[in-house]
Design a protein around this ligand. Structure first.
Ligand code: NAD
Length: 366
């Protein structure tokens, strides 16, 4: 059995334990009720509008710690008073049969406790990337969802994007021969004027470029090779020391894959970066941009163009939610289950350990 096949069967086995409880009502004709947790930028600008474009979902609830946001959301989406919750009483969602899925889009340190609360309330969980603060938290999230027989899917939207999916396919078919090396760069220039309360600058809330954008490099390196990295070396760099204290502004890291394949990655809050490049024995291919909300395009050394598009933003988020909804409705594993997020968390754990040791090679837990 190939490594890829073995991983696929593992994913299937994992998800089989997480079949939905109410399979009788679960037909693709039904739209799943989704409660959004955290009404910040991603929910407001992308997930809320995307839910309106979905075929299999509808916005059925809100969980927020900011009561002043509720009226606008109710006005826009018609969510009833009875489906509004705070972080402290999220467990009450258990009593709302209208809500099938809880979608967590909060700062990263809240992903684990909110996943546990949602799973214990008997709801399927969709959780934003990065899955958690570390692999231990990720494992606890997977366990909680498995124990409660609900699905856990991670918001890896690129795994629903057609050109990225073609790269995954090319990892299997190898049209340019074996992969030799990759480059994955993901970043954005942030905080020109600094910020007083930005969780992305706070180590306790999961701040830093690696958690925010580095996961795109890690995930793309894994899906573009179809392999799991075995070791990592990482170094962080800070140029604006007044803004970045205790979190990485820029992190460079090299992933070592079986077969001498390496991925050289850069992630940053100090530079705009958005390229995925794959060198093979007989040519190369790349996407640039590779992780934008739309307009991801690329080319290959033989003149091939990668131009497929889902449509203007937020179509990608709508596709992700529809695919994840179908996985629940049809009782099959989602494309990016919790185990997929966990593998990235193990890479991040090892990368942070490497940074602490001054760039030593650190093995990634299997
Ligand atoms: P944001 O800062 O815009 O919103 C965060 C929300 O969480 C706010 O509504 C805030 O009020 C709330 N919140 C609750 N507790 C908080 C606390 N202790 N500190 C700060 N805020 C708190 O962030 P965002 O950009 O919406 O990101 C939310 C999540 O979505 C993150 O995990 C992020 O990685 C992810 N995200 C994913 C994508 C993607 O393309 N998949 C894009 C953006 C963000």
């Amino acid at each position: 059995m190939s490594r890829r096949r073995a991983l696929q069967s593992l994913a299937l086995a994992g998800a089989a334990a997480a079949l939905p409880r109410r399979t009788a009502a679960a037909t693709p004709a039904r739209r799943l009720g989704v409660a959004l947790v955290g009404l910040g930028g991603y929910s407001t600008d992308l997930l809320g509008p995307a839910l309106r474009l979905t075929r299999h979902c509808r916005l059925a609830g809100l969980v927020t710690g900011s009561p002043h946001k509720i009226a606008k959301w109710q006005e826009t989406y018609g969510v009833p008073d009875a489906a509004i919750y705070g972080y402290d009483d999220i467990h009450r969602i258990a009593d709302n049969p209208d809500i099938d899925v809880v979608y967590i889009a909060t700062p990263n340190h809240l992903h684990k406790p909110l996943t546990l609360a949602a799973a214990n309330a008997g709801k399927h969980v969709w959780c934003e990337k990065p899955m958690a603060m570390d692999a231990g938290e990720g494992e606890a999230m997977i366990r909680a969802c498995r124990d409660n027989r609900v699905q856990l899917a991670i918001g890896y939207r690129m795994q629903h994007e057609p050109n990225s999916r073609r790269f995954m396919e090319m990892a299997r078919t190898q049209p340019f021969g074996g992969i030799v090396q990759l480059r994955a760069d993901a970043g954005w220039f942030g905080w020109r004027q600094g910020a007083d309360d930005a969780w992305r600058l706070d180590p306790a809330r999961g701040g830093g470029a690696m958690y925010d954008m580095g996961v795109y490099c890690v995930n793309a390196s894994r899906y573009s090779t179809g392999l799991e990295p075995v070791a990592v070396r990482a170094w962080d760099e800070t140029t604006r020391r007044d803004i970045f204290q205790g979190v990485d502004e820029t992190m460079r890291f090299t992933l070592e894959f079986p077969g001498d394949i390496t991925a050289a990655c850069v992630t940053s809050f100090g530079r705009d970066l958005n390229t995925l490049h794959v060198d093979c024995e007989r040519g190369w291919y790349e996407l640039s941009p590779f992780q934008s909300y739309d307009g991801n395009v690329g080319r290959a050394s033989d003149g091939t163009r990668f131009t497929a598009q889902l449509g203007a933003s937020p179509r990608m988020q709508a596709e992700q939610m529809d695919q994840d909804a179908l996985a629940i409705l049809e009782a099959r594993p989602p494309r990016a289950p919790g185990e997929e997020g966990l593998r990235d968390m193990r890479v991040l754990d090892a990368a942070f350990a490497s940074v602490r040791s001054g760039g030593e090679r650190v093995r990634i837990a299997g």
